[in-house]
Design a protein around this ligand. Structure first.
Ligand SMILES: Nc1ncnc2c1ncn2[C@@H]1O[C@H](COP(=O)(O)OP(=O)(O)OP(=O)(O)O)[C@@H](O)[C@H]1O
Length: 325
């Protein structure tokens, strides 16, 4: 079981040297405020479940994964893995855990660029003490499941970014850890690769009873994979089954419109809209229903609109609408 108890992490303000006024002030007098990353986060992950930690950019997802891996010490509170403190007693659980750190774009850190995919996976299998007689069969299973079998003799360096990310997930399938921590495992990937990785994660849980912590800022990914979800933004916001979270996050809007308008444009009334003047331009952000977009655009003189972009809502936008942050 994995349990977070009032987990809190503040980073010190960055030290840029004594010639930086802020850093000098920290040294001489009243220090600047520390940077909050996690505040009083408590949750419990049961054996064999996928627990989704859903949060926008900067919510603290990677910080939590680093604490789980003993790479960071919490400022207060603790994270317990099988009853062991993840930072102080990391050695007792390290062999039971595997982490995929894609959220930090450090996805290539553990692989040798000029070794084949297969040799890399053999190396990782031995590091995690997979029985020698099982290594070949596990690698074949993992690579076939992820459509990478044809690439087994390719240098790791020659794979596309998406394939490299799949090799990272394949490592987890080879190790078959008791606990798998996935830090945004499908960020930057196309839908097909995403779905292959989703299938692999579900296979690990179904066939080998792995317990998974999945961090993501993708609501639909959390919904598809997780048994339970904790929505957080440094602090906990909501915890529940994915469908309960989605229901609570439902907003009346489905489009975000971004405009740059020449000069000073008055903000049209009757919409959830923000207009910010920057130099000779006004930057307009509006949240709308899809049927309202044309009407909204017609409120601005077309000659004055320098650029217009219409996007689907991201989790960050939903946060903005619901919580105004
Ligand atoms: N080494 C660091 N020093 C100072 N502040 C940091 C450090 N690492 C992270 N932070 C800050 O802590 C907060 C949480 O960052 P973290 O990277 O854990 O969030 P995240 O949810 O993984 O974000 P993203 O989705 O953008 O990867 C952010 O405000 C970030 O700026």
């Amino acid at each position: 079981m994995i349990e977070a108890e009032h987990l809190t992490k503040y980073y010190p303000p960055p030290f840029r040297g004594f010639f930086d006024l802020g850093s000098l002030r920290d040294f001489l007098g009243k220090p600047r405020e520390e940077i909050p990353a996690l505040i009083d986060l408590s949750f419990r992950v049961r054996e064999g479940e996928i627990f989704g930690l859903l949060g926008p950019n900067g919510a603290g997802k990677t910080t939590l994964c680093k604490i789980a891996n003993g790479l960071l010490e919490p400022s207060s509170g603790k994270l317990l893995i099988d009853g062991h403190d993840s930072f102080r007693e990391h050695g007792k659980v390290a062999g039971e855990m595997f982490t995929v750190f894609t959220g930090e774009r450090d996805m290539w850190g553990i692989f040798q660029w000029r070794l084949s995919v297969q040799r890399n996976l053999q190396f990782i299998a031995r590091l995690w003490k997979v029985p020698e007689g099982e290594i070949g069969e596990r690698i074949e299973y993992a690579l076939k499941l992820l459509n990478l079998w044809e690439k087994r003799d390719e240098w790791y360096q020659k794979l596309s970014a998406g394939m490299k990310q799949k090799v990272y997930i394949a490592s987890a399938l080879v190790v078959r850890p008791k606990y798998l921590i996935l830090d945004e495992p499908t960020v930057f990937l196309d839908v097909i690769t995403k779905s292959e990785i989703h299938d692999a994660i579900m296979a690990l849980v179904r066939d080998f009873g792995t317990t998974v912590i999945l961090t993501t800022h993708d609501l639909s990914e959390a919904e598809k994979l997780s048994d339970r979800v904790l929505l957080f933004n440094k602090r906990p916001i909501l915890e529940g089954k994915p469908e309960e979270i989605s229901r609570k996050l439902e907003v009346d809007f489905d489009r975000k419109v971004l405009l740059v308008v020449e000069g000073s444009a008055p903000c049209p009334g009757g919409y959830l809209v923000r207009c910010i003047r920057k130099g000779n331009f006004t930057h307009v952000t509006a949240y709308l229903k899809s049927g309202e977009v044309n009407e909204f655009l017609s409120r601005f003189p077309s000659g004055k609109v320098l650029s217009a972009r219409v996007e689907n809502l991201s989790l960050e936008d939903v946060f903005m609408i619901l919580f105004g942050s």
